[in-house]
Design a protein. Structure first.
Length: 186
């Protein structure tokens, strides 16, 4: 399986396991799981064919471990826009977490804090390197430091996804530290 094909199948899985299962007539259970056979059949019916072996390769080769396979089922480990209950227990975050974004969002983030936008939760990274990569998807990355310890102590719930992404509903601006060179931005 070449890289282009792997990315194509991976994006297809993300789209239908996180955002639009109904587009191919797929129903996820409340935990976000789909039967692998049903998913493959639904995709084929809608013009996109891949084998079970290809799917397993995509899951295993994924750099961010985006998908989890459990027996005959698969789900996305995080990143959903549709309503799912991942069943993740509340967890205590490390004192600081990081969020990668870009300069054009900083004005809004300064005034309203981090919001989940079209996903369920705000996504936070345990290290700056990962946050830098997340921000770089949109342009020159800006990494914000989140005072996660204080936010947690003040009653905000954090959960840790199966692939190491920290999830929380929102981050008010006062828990954010902006890099010094961005104070004049927007
Ligand atoms: C920004 C990818 C304006 C936020 C990544 C971000 C991650 C605001 C964008 C995962 C805002 C939302 C999630 C506010 C936040 N006003 N903009 N108040 N609050 N934003 O894609 O964190 O490849 O939903 O900074 O690697 O970028 O899909 O979130 O730029 O793990 O597996 O609004 O998605 O993983 O964008 O990325 P997203 P994200 P996958």
């Amino acid at each position: 399986m070449n890289e282009q094909r792997r990315v194509r199948v991976s994006k297809y899985l993300s789209r239908h396991l996180r955002h639009r299962p109904e587009r191919i007539g797929l129903t996820l259970d409340e935990g976000g799981w789909a039967e692998i056979d049903t998913l493959i059949a639904a995709a084929a019916t809608h013009g996109f064919r891949f084998t079970r072996e290809e799917l397993i390769h995509v899951v295993d080769a994924d750099d961010k471990r985006r998908f989890a396979v459990d027996g005959a089922r698969i789900r996305a480990s995080q990143g959903h826009s549709i309503e799912v209950d991942l069943g993740l227990p509340p967890a205590t975050p490390p004192p600081y977490l990081y969020h990668g974004t870009v300069a054009r969002f900083l004005g809004a983030i300064r005034s309203e804090g981090l919001r989940p936008m079209h996903r369920h939760d705000v996504h936070l990274s345990a290290d700056r390197e990962t946050a830098t990569r997340v921000g770089a998807r949109r342009g020159r990355p800006v990494v914000l430091t989140v005072d996660a310890g204080a936010l947690h102590a003040d009653g905000h719930v954090f959960r840790l996804s199966a692939n190491g992404v920290w999830l929380t509903a929102s981050v008010p601006s006062r828990y954010l530290r902006f890099p010094p060179d961005t104070s004049g931005t927007a």
